[in-house]
Design a protein around this ligand. Structure first.
Ligand code: FMN
Length: 227
């Protein structure tokens, strides 16, 4: 047994209050993500500030969760890229409901989004694809994500095969594979969590009441939830 009972760190953020928060969640989302990135850049051990947990459900309603990197963020919601071969793709095709959480324990902060997944448009994906390093582009061709493979050697053979097909430094570059895809979370609930002393944390929740973006003050109702 691993004894975890000694984990007794008290959280001590400055806290949040609806009275001083914007009427719509976007400004706060943007501020916290920007701050988490800035902190990560000055403290290398916190090096993936845009890592998020993404939850979906399968056809039987069983939940699934995995970590991805949020690669898109604007007032339509956070987005990420993946593969159409993946388990998450199959699950979202059956049920587009999705939850996504940023967690920054060292900042005593988290943001949760609940809503539906919307496919990211091909032109946005292409723009992102062009920023990917060569090795990551070849990996996307080589991996049939979430499917079994007999060995690491077999995976590396696929990498070599696709590397030969699209050589590094060629003028044409590496095209984006058909199965490369992405989703954005169109949220109907956004929760900001700020850790406070003695587990009396602050939770400020924005609930959708209109059709606007995360930046539209008419589209959100703000409430405080108990910790
Ligand atoms: C820090 C971190 C970042 C990751 N980033 C991505 C990503 O951006 N996209 C992705 O598809 N998988 C990413 N993964 C791998 C996923 O966690 C997961 O293994 C993969 O997407 C398959 O999930 P699925 O079988 O539930 O579809 C990342 C994993 C970690 C730990």
């Amino acid at each position: 047994m691993t004894d975890l009972s000694h984990s007794r760190r008290d959280y001590d953020s400055e806290g949040i209050d609806s009275a001083t928060m914007p009427a719509a969640p976007w400004e706060q989302v943007s501020a916290w993500v920007t701050e988490a990135i800035a902190v990560a850049e000055s403290t290398p051990q916190h090096d993936e500030p845009t890592a998020v947990s993404v939850a979906t459900v399968d056809a039987e309603g069983a939940p699934n969760v995995r970590t991805v990197l949020a690669r898109f963020l604007d007032d339509r919601g956070p987005g990420f890229v993946s593969s159409r071969h993946s388990a998450k793709a199959a699950e979202l095709a059956t049920n587009p409901r999705i939850a996504l959480a940023y967690t920054w324990p060292h900042l005593f902060r988290a943001i949760r989004f609940r809503g539906v997944a919307e496919a990211i448009a091909s032109d946005e994906l292409q723009t992102y694809w062009a920023t990917r390093p060569y090795g990551s582009q070849i990996a996307a061709w080589a991996s049939r994500q979430s499917h079994p493979i007999e060995s690491r050697a077999a995976l590396e053979a696929e990498v070599a095969r696709w590397g030969a097909r699209f050589p590094e430094g060629s003028a044409e570059g590496v095209p984006m594979p058909e199965d490369f895809c992405g989703w954005r979370v169109s949220a109907d609930e956004v929760e900001f969590w700020a850790g406070r002393r003695s587990r009396l944390h602050d939770r400020i929740v924005y609930t959708r009441v209109g059709d606007g973006t995360l930046a539209d003050p008419e589209s959100w109702r703000v409430t405080r939830r108990q910790p």
